[in-house]
Design a protein around this ligand. Structure first.
Ligand code: UD1
Length: 320
């Protein structure tokens, strides 16, 4: 049986990768310090769980024993968090990624890395293609770009198989809604269901290529299983673009309610528009998304409805 390690596997995206791997009949090991991830995200999944940080080198090396490939999802997410605490972002997202790469190299494992559309910064041209120069606008983006470049260098210098996937605003079930640093869809869904006001940073016209999480998990499996040129880097997204006002309109339609809103200042380090070119992922591995924005939002709202009513539900008990 092929065995894969997922760093940050108890997190939002990592737990969906775990589920997809198990469904495909693979063995799964997870390392997660449960700072942002949750054990409940893995409830009912038959896998090996190691609790601890990727910064703990001996645990990390134990986690790598006998694995065929690594999905590196562990990170301190959030652009504003990194603006507030750049050192913490650096330690986990930069140093942590270097440690994971070294341990994977020594274990002879292929590595697929979760990178970010924030690498592009505020480019005038849309969609954002992989050959554009990087232009990070936040410590979070800097750290993700550093990880990408390490992947490329490890492919060249150590002949290691690495693939970098730039995610674009992933959303869906199990995304945390309860932190000041939660993603906008998680926060808006929870606020709308609780009858609370949403906070819009700036005019609400900023736009994102919102991508449903099961598509991202499937893209990860494809990247692991496809033979790709050394150090390949590609966008993994749907290729659409929706503003925050579009998002609120869609949520109001789904919930058939008016969502109260309050506009505040633009967020520091924010990107105005983001949209992926999806051609490379299509050409290299036949990747197409299967869940569109509207369908994904409906699934997400259904999940938050069950989750907020009973937060201890396991993933299998609620729609995912
Ligand atoms: C960024 C990256 C994304 C990465 C993510 C990790 C870009 C384009 N995207 O997401 O690839 O995975 O970091 O954390 O850089 N907002 C509100 N009200 C809220 C919350 C957010 O108006 O309550 C606004 C933000 O100011 C921003 C937009 O919504 O303009 C999206 O914010 P968020 O969901 O935090 O994601 P990004 O920072 O775009």
């Amino acid at each position: 049986m092929t065995t894969y390690l997922i760093t940050g596997g108890a997190g939002f995206i990592g737990s969906h990768i775990a589920e997809a791997l198990l469904q495909a009949g693979h063995g799964v090991r997870v390392i997660d310090d449960l700072v942002f991830g949750k054990k409940e995200n893995l409830a009912g999944m038959d896998l090996e769980f190691l609790e601890g940080s990727i910064l703990d080198d001996s645990l990390l090396r134990k986690a790598m024993t006998g694995v065929d490939g690594v999905f590196h999802e562990a990170a301190l997410p959030s652009v504003p968090r990194s603006v507030k605490d750049p050192l913490a972002s650096h330690e986990v997202n930069s140093t942590g990624t270097l440690r994971v790469l070294l341990a994977a190299r020594d274990a002879g494992a292929k590595l697929v890395m979760a990178a970010s559309s924030s690498a592009y910064g505020d480019t005038e041209t849309l969609p954002k293609t992989e050959d554009m120069p990087v232009h990070p606008l936040s410590p979070y983006a800097v750290a993700k770009v550093y990880g990408e470049q390490l992947c490329s260098v490890f492919a060249q210098v150590y002949d290691m198989e690495t693939v970098v996937l730039r995610y674009f605003n992933v959303f869906g079930p199990r995304q945390r809604e309860d932190s000041p640093y939660s993603g906008v869809i998680a926060k808006f869904c929870a606020a709308a269901l609780n009858g609370d006001e949403v906070r819009i940073d700036g005019d609400g016209l900023q736009s994102r290529d919102f991508t449903y999480v099961t598509d991202v998990a499937r893209g990860n499996l494809l990247a692991m299983e496809t033979s790709l040129p050394a150090g390949t880097l590609m966008n993994l997204a749907g290729g659409g673009r929706f503003s925050l006002l579009d998002l609120l309109d869609a949520l109001e339609r789904i919930l058939d309610t008016k969502i109260p809103r309050r506009h505040v200042e633009d967020r520091a380090g924010d990107v105005k528009h983001s949209q992926a070119s999806v051609e490379l992922a299509r050409d290299l591995m036949g990747f197409e998304t299967q869940v569109g924005f509207q369908d994904g939002l409906e699934l997400t709202i259904d999940w938050y409805r069950s989750f907020l009513a009973n937060p201890s539900l396991s993933p299998q008990d609620s729609s995912s």
